[in-house]
Design a binder for this molecule. Sequence first.
Ligand code: AMP
Ligand code: MG
Length: 320
Amino acid sequence: MSIISTDISKAVAILNAEELVAIPTETVYGLAGNIFSEKAIKRIFETKKRPFFNPLIVHIPSIELLPTIVSYIPEKAQRLADAFWPGPLTLVLPKQSSIPELITAGKDTVAVRIPNHSTTLDLLNQLDFPLAAPSANPFGNISPTTAQHVENYFKDAIKMVLDGGPCQRGIESTIIGFEGVEPIIYRLGSTSIEAIESIVGPIQIKNKKEIAPDAPGMLDRHYAPKTRTILVDNISDAIEKYTDKRIGVLAFSKPSEHNAIVFQIVLSELTDLQEAASKLYDALHQLDKQELDIIIAERFPDKGLGKSINDRLQRATVRA
Ligand code: AMP
Ligand code: MG
Protein backbone atom coordinates (compact mmCIF):
# COMPACT_ATOMS: atom_id res chain seq x y z
CA MET A 1 0.00 0.00 0.00
CA SER A 2 1.19 3.50 -0.79
CA ILE A 3 2.45 5.71 2.04
CA ILE A 4 1.39 8.84 0.10
CA SER A 5 -1.56 10.70 1.66
CA THR A 6 -3.04 14.20 1.88
CA ASP A 7 -4.39 13.63 5.41
CA ILE A 8 -2.90 16.38 7.63
CA SER A 9 -4.48 15.01 10.86
CA LYS A 10 -2.80 11.67 10.23
CA ALA A 11 0.55 13.49 9.85
CA VAL A 12 -0.12 15.33 13.14
CA ALA A 13 -0.78 12.02 14.94
CA ILE A 14 2.38 10.38 13.58
CA LEU A 15 4.57 13.36 14.49
CA ASN A 16 3.02 13.57 17.99
CA ALA A 17 4.00 9.89 18.41
CA GLU A 18 7.65 10.89 17.77
CA GLU A 19 7.74 9.26 14.34
CA LEU A 20 8.59 10.73 10.92
CA VAL A 21 6.51 12.17 8.09
CA ALA A 22 7.89 13.41 4.77
CA ILE A 23 6.46 16.88 4.15
CA PRO A 24 6.06 19.10 1.08
CA THR A 25 7.76 22.49 0.93
CA GLU A 26 8.26 24.97 -1.89
CA THR A 27 11.94 23.87 -2.20
CA VAL A 28 12.09 20.06 -1.92
CA TYR A 29 10.31 17.42 0.21
CA GLY A 30 11.65 17.17 3.78
CA LEU A 31 11.89 14.21 6.16
CA ALA A 32 10.34 15.74 9.26
CA GLY A 33 10.40 15.05 13.00
CA ASN A 34 9.84 16.86 16.33
CA ILE A 35 13.03 18.83 17.10
CA PHE A 36 12.63 18.03 20.82
CA SER A 37 12.30 14.25 20.35
CA GLU A 38 15.66 12.51 20.49
CA LYS A 39 14.01 9.40 19.10
CA ALA A 40 12.59 11.21 16.06
CA ILE A 41 15.77 13.13 15.30
CA LYS A 42 17.98 10.04 15.56
CA ARG A 43 15.57 8.30 13.22
CA ILE A 44 15.97 11.11 10.63
CA PHE A 45 19.75 10.60 10.60
CA GLU A 46 19.40 6.78 10.43
CA THR A 47 16.78 6.80 7.68
CA LYS A 48 18.80 9.19 5.49
CA LYS A 49 22.14 7.59 6.46
CA ARG A 50 23.15 11.17 7.16
CA PRO A 51 26.29 11.66 9.26
CA PHE A 52 25.56 13.14 12.71
CA PHE A 53 27.95 16.05 12.08
CA ASN A 54 25.46 17.54 9.58
CA PRO A 55 23.13 20.03 11.28
CA LEU A 56 19.39 20.17 10.43
CA ILE A 57 17.14 23.10 9.52
CA VAL A 58 14.34 23.97 11.99
CA HIS A 59 10.97 24.80 10.38
CA ILE A 60 8.55 27.17 12.14
CA PRO A 61 5.12 28.49 11.04
CA SER A 62 5.48 32.16 12.03
CA ILE A 63 8.06 34.87 12.62
CA GLU A 64 6.81 35.41 16.19
CA LEU A 65 8.34 32.04 17.09
CA LEU A 66 11.84 33.03 15.93
CA PRO A 67 12.95 34.28 19.39
CA THR A 68 12.08 30.84 20.84
CA ILE A 69 14.66 29.27 18.49
CA VAL A 70 17.46 31.87 18.31
CA SER A 71 18.93 34.04 21.08
CA TYR A 72 20.06 36.98 18.91
CA ILE A 73 18.61 38.56 15.76
CA PRO A 74 20.93 41.05 13.98
CA GLU A 75 19.11 43.88 12.23
CA LYS A 76 19.96 42.49 8.77
CA ALA A 77 18.60 39.07 9.76
CA GLN A 78 15.34 40.69 10.77
CA ARG A 79 15.15 42.51 7.44
CA LEU A 80 15.81 39.30 5.49
CA ALA A 81 13.18 37.40 7.48
CA ASP A 82 10.65 40.20 6.94
CA ALA A 83 11.42 40.27 3.21
CA PHE A 84 11.54 36.55 2.40
CA TRP A 85 9.52 34.56 4.96
CA PRO A 86 7.62 32.42 4.37
CA GLY A 87 10.09 31.42 1.68
CA PRO A 88 13.25 29.61 0.58
CA LEU A 89 15.73 31.45 2.81
CA THR A 90 17.36 29.89 5.89
CA LEU A 91 19.02 31.98 8.60
CA VAL A 92 21.80 30.56 10.80
CA LEU A 93 21.88 32.40 14.15
CA PRO A 94 22.98 31.80 17.77
CA LYS A 95 20.71 29.12 19.24
CA GLN A 96 18.49 29.24 22.31
CA SER A 97 19.70 26.86 25.01
CA SER A 98 16.50 24.79 24.56
CA ILE A 99 17.53 23.73 21.02
CA PRO A 100 19.04 20.21 21.22
CA GLU A 101 22.65 19.75 20.11
CA LEU A 102 21.55 16.82 17.95
CA ILE A 103 19.83 19.39 15.71
CA THR A 104 22.84 21.71 15.50
CA ALA A 105 25.56 19.02 15.39
CA GLY A 106 27.00 20.45 18.60
CA LYS A 107 27.25 23.99 17.21
CA ASP A 108 26.02 27.01 19.15
CA THR A 109 24.16 28.23 16.06
CA VAL A 110 20.89 26.93 14.59
CA ALA A 111 19.45 27.09 11.06
CA VAL A 112 15.78 28.17 10.82
CA ARG A 113 13.17 29.10 8.23
CA ILE A 114 9.43 29.42 7.52
CA PRO A 115 8.56 27.24 4.51
CA ASN A 116 6.14 28.67 1.94
CA HIS A 117 3.73 25.78 1.45
CA SER A 118 0.13 25.99 2.68
CA THR A 119 -0.14 22.28 3.60
CA THR A 120 3.00 22.34 5.71
CA LEU A 121 2.12 25.67 7.32
CA ASP A 122 -1.24 24.11 8.25
CA LEU A 123 0.58 21.13 9.70
CA LEU A 124 3.10 23.23 11.68
CA ASN A 125 0.24 25.31 13.11
CA GLN A 126 -1.36 22.14 14.49
CA LEU A 127 1.82 21.00 16.27
CA ASP A 128 3.21 22.35 19.51
CA PHE A 129 6.81 21.87 18.38
CA PRO A 130 8.88 22.92 15.32
CA LEU A 131 10.00 20.34 12.75
CA ALA A 132 13.52 19.44 11.69
CA ALA A 133 13.29 18.50 8.03
CA PRO A 134 16.35 17.74 5.90
CA SER A 135 15.66 16.74 2.31
CA ALA A 136 13.81 13.40 2.13
CA ASN A 137 16.47 11.43 0.24
CA PRO A 138 19.31 9.11 1.22
CA PHE A 139 22.39 11.22 1.99
CA GLY A 140 24.13 12.51 -1.17
CA ASN A 141 21.34 11.51 -3.59
CA ILE A 142 19.13 13.73 -5.72
CA SER A 143 16.60 15.64 -3.61
CA PRO A 144 12.90 14.72 -4.03
CA THR A 145 10.50 17.22 -5.57
CA THR A 146 7.39 15.00 -5.68
CA ALA A 147 5.74 12.69 -3.13
CA GLN A 148 6.46 9.80 -5.52
CA HIS A 149 10.22 10.51 -5.45
CA VAL A 150 10.11 10.15 -1.65
CA GLU A 151 8.14 6.91 -1.77
CA ASN A 152 10.58 5.50 -4.34
CA TYR A 153 13.47 6.20 -1.96
CA PHE A 154 12.02 5.03 1.35
CA LYS A 155 9.06 2.69 0.58
CA ASP A 156 7.91 1.49 4.02
CA ALA A 157 10.92 2.78 6.01
CA ILE A 158 8.69 5.77 6.83
CA LYS A 159 4.99 5.82 7.75
CA MET A 160 3.75 8.62 5.53
CA VAL A 161 4.49 11.15 2.79
CA LEU A 162 2.19 14.15 3.08
CA ASP A 163 1.38 14.96 -0.54
CA GLY A 164 1.46 18.65 -1.40
CA GLY A 165 2.03 18.30 -5.15
CA PRO A 166 5.25 19.00 -7.03
CA CYS A 167 7.58 21.53 -5.33
CA GLN A 168 7.17 24.98 -6.89
CA ARG A 169 10.76 26.21 -6.43
CA GLY A 170 12.61 22.92 -6.77
CA ILE A 171 16.03 23.80 -5.33
CA GLU A 172 16.94 23.91 -1.62
CA SER A 173 16.76 27.12 0.40
CA THR A 174 19.53 29.71 0.28
CA ILE A 175 21.39 29.58 3.62
CA ILE A 176 22.67 32.77 5.23
CA GLY A 177 24.93 32.85 8.28
CA PHE A 178 26.35 35.83 10.15
CA GLU A 179 29.83 36.98 11.04
CA GLY A 180 28.91 39.37 13.80
CA VAL A 181 26.10 41.43 12.32
CA GLU A 182 27.08 40.87 8.65
CA PRO A 183 25.27 38.28 6.54
CA ILE A 184 27.23 35.70 4.47
CA ILE A 185 25.85 33.17 1.97
CA TYR A 186 26.70 29.61 3.08
CA ARG A 187 24.68 27.84 0.39
CA LEU A 188 23.27 29.10 -2.91
CA GLY A 189 19.61 28.23 -3.34
CA SER A 190 16.13 29.22 -4.38
CA THR A 191 16.43 32.85 -3.26
CA SER A 192 18.80 34.58 -5.68
CA ILE A 193 21.81 36.60 -4.55
CA GLU A 194 20.41 39.58 -6.45
CA ALA A 195 17.17 39.44 -4.43
CA ILE A 196 19.13 39.20 -1.17
CA GLU A 197 21.43 42.09 -2.11
CA SER A 198 18.40 44.26 -2.85
CA ILE A 199 17.55 43.97 0.87
CA VAL A 200 20.96 44.01 2.62
CA GLY A 201 23.46 45.30 0.03
CA PRO A 202 26.52 43.46 -1.32
CA ILE A 203 27.01 40.05 0.28
CA GLN A 204 29.94 37.60 0.38
CA ILE A 205 29.61 33.95 -0.57
CA LYS A 206 31.46 31.31 1.45
CA ASN A 207 30.05 28.04 0.25
CA LYS A 208 33.32 26.18 -0.18
CA LYS A 209 34.13 23.20 1.97
CA GLU A 210 37.45 24.68 3.11
CA ILE A 211 35.37 27.19 5.05
CA ALA A 212 32.69 24.86 6.36
CA PRO A 213 33.74 21.24 5.84
CA ASP A 214 30.95 20.06 8.10
CA ALA A 215 27.96 21.41 6.17
CA PRO A 216 26.58 18.82 3.75
CA GLY A 217 25.12 21.27 1.27
CA MET A 218 28.74 22.30 0.79
CA LEU A 219 30.19 18.86 0.13
CA ASP A 220 31.73 18.57 -3.33
CA ARG A 221 29.59 15.61 -4.24
CA HIS A 222 25.92 16.05 -3.33
CA TYR A 223 22.58 16.04 -5.13
CA ALA A 224 24.13 13.42 -7.43
CA PRO A 225 22.70 10.90 -9.93
CA LYS A 226 24.25 7.42 -10.06
CA THR A 227 24.98 7.85 -13.78
CA ARG A 228 28.24 9.60 -14.66
CA THR A 229 27.36 13.28 -15.25
CA ILE A 230 29.41 16.05 -16.86
CA LEU A 231 28.73 19.79 -16.98
CA VAL A 232 29.71 21.55 -20.22
CA ASP A 233 29.47 24.93 -21.94
CA ASN A 234 28.73 23.46 -25.35
CA ILE A 235 26.62 20.32 -25.67
CA SER A 236 27.36 19.62 -29.37
CA ASP A 237 31.14 19.66 -28.80
CA ALA A 238 30.77 17.33 -25.80
CA ILE A 239 28.60 14.86 -27.72
CA GLU A 240 31.36 14.43 -30.32
CA LYS A 241 33.62 12.99 -27.60
CA TYR A 242 31.12 10.31 -26.57
CA THR A 243 29.50 9.19 -29.85
CA ASP A 244 29.99 5.49 -28.93
CA LYS A 245 28.05 5.94 -25.66
CA ARG A 246 24.38 6.01 -24.69
CA ILE A 247 24.05 9.73 -24.05
CA GLY A 248 21.45 11.61 -22.01
CA VAL A 249 21.21 15.37 -22.42
CA LEU A 250 20.01 17.94 -19.89
CA ALA A 251 19.63 21.26 -21.70
CA PHE A 252 18.48 24.71 -20.61
CA SER A 253 16.30 25.84 -23.53
CA LYS A 254 17.28 24.20 -26.86
CA PRO A 255 17.28 20.53 -27.81
CA SER A 256 20.33 18.98 -29.54
CA GLU A 257 20.19 16.49 -32.39
CA HIS A 258 22.50 13.48 -32.59
CA ASN A 259 22.06 9.70 -33.03
CA ALA A 260 23.95 9.01 -29.80
CA ILE A 261 21.32 10.89 -27.73
CA VAL A 262 18.89 8.32 -26.36
CA PHE A 263 17.13 10.58 -23.85
CA GLN A 264 16.92 14.35 -23.61
CA ILE A 265 15.23 16.89 -21.33
CA VAL A 266 14.91 20.60 -22.08
CA LEU A 267 14.22 22.48 -18.83
CA SER A 268 12.69 25.71 -20.13
CA GLU A 269 12.05 26.50 -23.77
CA LEU A 270 11.23 30.06 -22.70
CA THR A 271 14.62 30.38 -20.89
CA ASP A 272 12.82 30.92 -17.57
CA LEU A 273 15.33 30.14 -14.79
CA GLN A 274 12.62 29.53 -12.16
CA GLU A 275 10.88 27.04 -14.45
CA ALA A 276 14.23 25.31 -15.05
CA ALA A 277 15.00 25.16 -11.30
CA SER A 278 11.61 23.65 -10.49
CA LYS A 279 12.15 20.87 -13.05
CA LEU A 280 15.84 20.23 -12.40
CA TYR A 281 15.72 17.38 -9.85
CA ASP A 282 12.84 15.55 -11.52
CA ALA A 283 14.87 15.68 -14.75
CA LEU A 284 17.90 14.19 -12.96
CA HIS A 285 15.66 11.46 -11.45
CA GLN A 286 14.33 10.63 -14.95
CA LEU A 287 17.74 10.69 -16.64
CA ASP A 288 19.16 8.45 -13.91
CA LYS A 289 16.51 5.78 -14.69
CA GLN A 290 17.41 5.43 -18.40
CA GLU A 291 20.52 3.21 -18.06
CA LEU A 292 22.66 5.78 -19.84
CA ASP A 293 26.45 5.72 -20.02
CA ILE A 294 26.70 9.45 -19.50
CA ILE A 295 24.55 12.50 -18.75
CA ILE A 296 25.73 15.68 -20.47
CA ALA A 297 24.36 18.76 -18.68
CA GLU A 298 24.55 22.27 -20.07
CA ARG A 299 25.95 25.06 -17.90
CA PHE A 300 23.40 27.80 -17.12
CA PRO A 301 23.85 31.57 -17.44
CA ASP A 302 25.79 32.71 -14.36
CA LYS A 303 23.12 35.00 -12.95
CA GLY A 304 20.10 34.80 -10.63
CA LEU A 305 18.90 31.23 -10.11
CA GLY A 306 21.31 30.16 -12.88
CA LYS A 307 24.11 30.38 -10.28
CA SER A 308 22.21 28.05 -7.91
CA ILE A 309 21.42 25.59 -10.72
CA ASN A 310 25.11 25.56 -11.76
CA ASP A 311 26.10 24.95 -8.12
CA ARG A 312 23.87 21.84 -7.96
CA LEU A 313 24.95 20.60 -11.41
CA GLN A 314 28.59 21.02 -10.41
CA ARG A 315 28.07 18.86 -7.30
CA ALA A 316 26.14 16.31 -9.38
CA THR A 317 29.22 15.76 -11.54
CA VAL A 318 31.65 14.72 -8.80
CA ARG A 319 32.11 10.93 -8.69
CA ALA A 320 31.82 9.02 -5.40
P1 AMP B 1 19.31 20.11 4.21
O1 AMP B 1 18.21 20.35 5.18
O2 AMP B 1 19.55 18.68 3.88
O3 AMP B 1 19.15 20.96 2.98
O4 AMP B 1 20.68 20.57 4.91
C1 AMP B 1 20.73 21.52 5.93
C2 AMP B 1 21.86 22.47 5.68
O5 AMP B 1 21.80 23.53 6.60
C3 AMP B 1 23.21 21.88 5.89
O6 AMP B 1 23.72 21.47 4.67
C4 AMP B 1 24.07 23.02 6.42
O7 AMP B 1 24.75 23.58 5.31
C5 AMP B 1 23.09 24.02 6.90
N1 AMP B 1 23.15 24.25 8.35
C6 AMP B 1 22.25 23.83 9.26
N2 AMP B 1 22.59 24.24 10.49
C7 AMP B 1 23.72 24.95 10.36
C8 AMP B 1 24.56 25.63 11.29
N3 AMP B 1 24.29 25.68 12.60
N4 AMP B 1 25.66 26.23 10.79
C9 AMP B 1 25.93 26.20 9.47
N5 AMP B 1 25.18 25.58 8.56
C10 AMP B 1 24.08 24.96 8.99
MG1 MG C 1 19.82 17.47 1.40
